[in-house]
Design a protein around this ligand. Structure first.
Ligand code: F6P
Length: 364
């Protein structure tokens, strides 16, 4: 089919490489299809409340090296269950999906390109079922999306964590301290494990393997006994001690109430270690520095390839699919098949085996 007018939106937590997708979609759509491109602002909010801007090859020319998304994003605006406060200050959920569909029609779009993670792509699939021709584009720093080898944003985030570990080594060694680095990773520990291997961590704690405190202490003491009184620990925010729940924060935002916000496991560990070993412990929470900044080369290329392929897929009428990296190619995966599956690190993976073979403790 010939595309005359398409829409792009970016949803969920931002990551590097989103602008690479926006730029690639715009360029292929304009140069190959002579198509108009509409940027929908702030995730699905823009579709519900009709906030849009025109995208051209001129206004997307310089966005490739920019972090974040020029369209804005939100991880709160689900059109099927949109949370708002009523006049009594009570949260109410509204279904704005019909309004989103009406706006899609009013904008006269031939297709909607949705850049997002698990939650955003599930919403995209529901909109597809309502009749919106959708192509999904996977993103997340957590790399935990089913159906694709890698998501863009992940490599840049992992490099940020690796650089932080290199820095923690020099200060940790100088002061003979236990240095803890808390990284993102709610359900999957890809960032912690790969950054930990690259950044020479002594202990890596991931959500997939609940850790035993005595094993963590044992490794620190082993290093102490061997004449290395400093240790480097990298812990994913979703990691938990055996027999305990993950550590979460109470969300301040009304629209996020009931949604788990992670954070605090690093400080919890620091407290536990301090109580039991006579060493100084310091914790660094890397947080959103992993999501911001300039995308690395890999994430720029992956975002560009996914965006360009997404337009080809739309031209061929392949709506209801997500574009995915199946090394070395980009291919299509039905959005339906994702169904909220989180891609965790398989316990039998060579990566886990490799870490333990080189004597990194995974706290078990
Ligand atoms: O999904 C990506 C992610 O970076 C998670 O690892 C993290 O828990 C979450 O986003 C934090 O999102 P925010 O602070 O934007 O709500």
């Amino acid at each position: 089919m010939t595309l005359k007018r398409i829409g792009i939106l970016t949803g969920g937590g931002d990551c590097t490489g989103m602008n690479a997708v926006i730029r690639a979609i715009t360029r292929v759509a304009v140069f190959q299809q002579g198509c108009e491109v509409i940027g929908i602002e702030q995730g699905f909010d823009g579709l519900i409340f009709n906030r849009v801007q025109e995208l051209t090859t001129a206004n997307t020319r310089d966005i490739l090296p920019l972090g974040g998304t020029i369209l804005g994003t939100t991880n709160k605006g689900n059109p099927f269950a949109y949370r708002e406060l009523d006049e009594n200050g009570v949260i109410q959920e509204h279904d704005y999906s019909r309004q989103a569909l009406d706006n899609f029609k009013r904008l006269k779009l031939d297709g909607l390109f949705v850049v997002g993670g698990d939650g955003t792509l599930q919403i995209a699939y529901k909109l597809f079922e309502m009749g919106i021709p959708v192509i999904g584009i996977p993103k997340t720093i957590d790399n935990d999306l089913e159906g694709t080898d890698y998501t863009f944003g992940y490599q840049t985030a992992t490099q940020v964590a690796c650089d932080a570990l290199d820095r923690l080594h020099t200060t940790g060694r100088s002061h003979q301290r236990v240095m803890i680095l808390e990284v993102m990773g709610r359900d999957a520990g890809w960032i912690a494990l790969e950054a930990g291997i690259a950044g020479r961590a002594h202990i890596i704690l991931i959500p997939e393997i609940p850790y035993q405190m005595d094993k963590v202490l044992e490794k620190i003491k082993l290093r102490q006994g061997g004449g290395s009184p400093y240790s480097i620990i990298v812990v994913a925010e979703g990691a938990r001690e055996v027999g305990h729940d993950e550590i979460t924060l109470k969300s301040a935002s009304t629209r996020l109430q009931g949604v788990k916000q992670y954070g605090g496991v690093g400080n919890y560990l620091a407290e536990q270690i301090t109580r039991q070993i006579d060493l100084e412990v310091r914790c660094t929470v890397l947080g959103h520095t992993q999501r911001g900044g300039t995308p690395n080369c890999f994430d720029r290329v992956l975002g560009t390839r996914l965006g360009a392929y997404a337009v080809q897929a739309a031209v061929e009428g392949e709506f209801g699919n997500m574009v995915a990296l199946k090394t070395p190619d980009i291919s299509l995966v039905p959005l339906k098949s994702l169904a909220g599956i989180v891609r965790k690190i398989p316990l039998t993976s060579q990566l886990i085996r490799c870490a333990e073979d080189i004597r990194i403790s995974l706290g078990r």
